[in-house]
Design a protein around this ligand. Sequence first.
Ligand code: HEC
Length: 108
Amino acid sequence: MRTRTGLKMLVLCLGTLATASAFAAGDAEAGRSKAFTCMGCHGVPSYTNAYPTYHVPKLGGQHAQYLVSALQSYKSGQRSHGTMRAQAANLSDQDMEDIAAYFASRTE
Ligand code: HEC
């Protein structure tokens, strides 16, 4: 009984991994130019925007899938931050995948 449950868990985990890699289909090279406007806020040293001074989250090195789902939440209004909602509103699903792949490939 125990072993069977363990096996089932393993299969479930492998299934999740397969889905995760399917999500990583973004094109980091295309994302680089699409992310140009984002860098004005997210690419600054120490992740504090110059003016007005406020903190922005670091995106480099984040999991692509996390970034995509964050962007989708801003677009759908699930996340209510005004600035990011406006940013995400213009992005297609492909844009989000590409931009996420680009940030995920960066280390800073
Ligand atoms: C005007 C400044 C500004 C611009 C331009 C901007 N962002 Fe943001 N971004 C922010 C701020 C501030 C937050 C934090 C919002 C919050 O607290 O929900 C944020 C949050 C995020 C998050 C969530 C991070 C997390 O850890 O949950 C993602 C993803 C993101 N931005 C992606 C982008 C992308 C992609 C672009 C370009 C299309 C972009 N941002 C452009 C200021 C900006």
